[in-house]
Every structure is written in C-alpha cells, then in structure tokens.
Design a protein around this ligand. Structure first.
Ligand SMILES: NC(=O)c1ccc[n+]([C@@H]2O[C@H](COP(=O)([O-])OP(=O)(O)OC[C@H]3O[C@@H](n4cnc5c(N)ncnc54)[C@H](O)[C@@H]3O)[C@@H](O)[C@H]2O)c1
Length: 253
C-alpha cells in the first residue's frame, strides 16, 4: 500500500520566514499548502517551488477571516502540520496607535492564529495526532518602544499556545511557538538594495544584534520550525523556542 504523503499548511508562505518554512517542509517530504493573502506573491512563490511538482499547493486566504480558514480545512482535508506564520507589523507607541491599527494587528497576528488552529484542530483530534507551530517574536518577551500593538499580539499568541497545548495534549496534538529575533528577508534585502545597500552590508548593519552579533536568515528560523513540527520534538508541547541569537538573554540589545 502506498503511504499517503503528509500534508502541512503554512500561512504567510508567499515570502520571508513562511516561504523558507514551506520550502523546508517540502524538502522533508511534505505536501505543503502555501497559503497567503497576497495572490501575486503567492503565484511567484509557487512557481519558484515548481522543482517539486504538485508538492506546493497554492491557497489564497486571509487568516483574519474565519470563513477563509474553514474553507481551507474543507478544501484540503487532512492536515498533519500547521505553521501559523502570517503576521503584519505595526509601528507606533500606545498613544500613537489608533483603533484601526489595533484591530488590524490583533485580527491577523492573534485571531488569525486562532482561526487557523480552529480550522485544523478538529481533524487532528479525530486522527489523534498533529503538530502546530506558531510564529511569535522576541518582541513578545522583550518588548520594545514603538510597537505596542504588535508586541501585545505576539505575547497573546504565546498564551494561546499554552491554552491549546493543555486543551489538546490528550488528543496527541502538540503546539509550540518559535520566537524569532530580527530576520533579514527578501523584503529587507530589496528595500535596502533600492538605497544602494548590498545584502552583506545589510548584515553588517545588524552586527551587535544579540549574542551572535548578527540578524538571522529565514532558513535558520525555518530549521527551528521544522524541528518543532517534526517527530524529533515528539515530547515537546506548550513551549516557546527563542530563535533570536541570544537577543532576549542579552536584555534585548
Ligand atoms: N522578519 C523578522 O525580523 C521577524 C522577527 C520576529 C517575528 N517575525 C514574525 O515572523 C512572521 C513572518 O515574518 P516575515 O518577516 O517573513 O514577514 P513577511 O512580511 O516577509 O511575510 C509575511 C507574509 O504574511 C502574509 N500575510 C500578511 N497578512 C496576512 C493575512 N491576513 N492572511 C494571510 N497571509 C497574510 C504576507 O502577504 C506575507 O507574505 C510574522 O508573523 C512576523 O511577525 C518576523
């Protein structure tokens, strides 16, 4: 009998950390639902993954819509791994953050994670197994000036991870968080290239970040995501893995 290929869903997979995580899961033998709200970027990303035909399944969805997330579960059926990565940034201190910004950030970064978990959990419970990895941020534990709504949303998902771990441990569903530090993605590389700053110069600009004196590459975050999603982490649930080069240990410097 041919064994069914394991299936993962990665949200926010059209770029950055999500794309690196999707690529890693495909390399590990998964069929990956590459889900994102940005249709054009999604198309480019799936084309880029065409070396593995049929293994990257595009899905346009907005994680802040419970309906979109339910449709995802209906359309793709069995989901063994969920990487809830989609997120948006916001800048502004508490006094500068208006209602609209609060609602947008919480809708994507916090409720969006809950929507995706709610969509895949019934199937995981029924099959008595599954792994969820939520992408939080070192800002969830360190805090920073000028990102009040973002930091609060990222701390919120850590509480959600603990609740779901307790509620579904007996169903053999594991859920954990990865909290990246500053990670240089294509978005940053392109933005700085427009200002005449090369990729290596960009990394040089981050020297002094954390204990390892540099920012992360998306693949380094994807490795941690893969570890927590894989059976190598079979006895880990409810945890938050800091992947921040020691930034949080260094007191957020
Ligand atoms: N890059 C960093 O330095 C860093 C550090 C800590 C945490 N993070 C977190 O890692 C995650 C990925 O960050 P990134 O830097 O790769 O960001 P990115 O902006 O490169 O990628 C985020 C992706 O999410 C998608 N997205 C946004 N809103 C969505 C929605 N409502 N529904 C579906 N998709 C949506 C975007 O279209 C984009 O493709 C985010 O949750 C972010 O908060 C990033």
């Amino acid at each position: 009998m041919v064994e069914e290929r394991r299936r993962a869903v990665v949200t926010g997979a059209a770029s950055g950390i999500g794309r690196a995580a999707a690529k890693r899961l495909i390399a590990e033998g998964f069929e990956v639902v590459v889900a994102d709200v940005n249709a054009a970027a999604l198309e480019r990303t799936v084309a880029d993954m065409s070396a593995e035909p049929g293994r990257a399944l595009p899905c346009i969805l907005d994680v802040s819509s419970a309906t979109d997330c339910e449709r995802l579960a209906d359309d793709f059926g069995r989901v063994d791994v969920l990487v809830a990565n989609a997120g948006i940034q916001s800048s502004g201190s508490l006094l500068e953050t208006d209602d609209e910004t609060w609602e947008a950030v919480l809708a994507v970064n916090l409720k969006g994670v809950a929507n995706c978990c709610r969509a895949v959990l019934p199937g995981m419970v029924q099959r008595e197994g599954g792994a969820i990895v939520v992408v939080s941020s070192n800002n969830a534990v360190c805090g920073s000036a000028g990102m009040a709504a973002y930091d609060a949303s990222k701390a919120g998902v850590l509480a959600l991870v603990r609740s779901v771990a307790i509620e579904h441990g007996s169903d053999r569903v594991r859920i954990n968080a990865v909290s990246p530090g500053t990670t240089i993605t294509d978005y940053h590389i392109q933005r700085f290239a427009e200002k005449g700053v090369s990729e290596s110069e960009l990394y040089d600009m981050t020297s002094g970040t954390g204990l390892l004196n540099r920012a992360a590459k998306p693949d380094e975050i994807a490795s941690a995501i893969w570890f927590l999603a894989s059976d190598e982490a079979s006895y880990i649930t409810g945890a938050n893995l800091m992947v921040d080069g020691g930034f949080s240990l260094a007191g957020g410097h």
